[in-house]
Design a protein. Structure first.
Length: 63
C-alpha cells in the first residue's frame, strides 16, 4: 500500500469517527491508531522500544 492510499484510509476512518462519536471518540481513536502504529513498527524491527523507554526516562539523549 502506498503512503498516499494509507493516508487516505486513515483520514477517512478519522472523519467517520469524528462525525459518529464526536471529539472525545476522535481523540481516543487517534491514540489507539498511534499505539497500533508504534506496535507495528516494533514488530517489524523498525522501532527500538528500549531506546524509546530510555529516552522517556531521561537515561539517553538524542545528541
Amino acid at each position: 500500500m502506498s503512503p498516499t492510499v494509507t493516508g487516505l484510509a486513515v483520514g477517512a476512518v478519522l472523519a467517520v469517527v469524528a462525525l459518529s462519536f464526536g471529539f472525545w471518540g476522535f481523540l481516543v481513536t487517534v491514540l489507539f491508531m498511534a499505539v497500533g502504529a508504534a506496535v507495528g513498527r516494533a514488530a517489524e524491527g523498525r522501532l527500538d522500544l528500549a531506546g524509546v523507554l530510555d529516552a522517556l526516562r531521561g537515561k539517553r539523549s538524542s545528541s
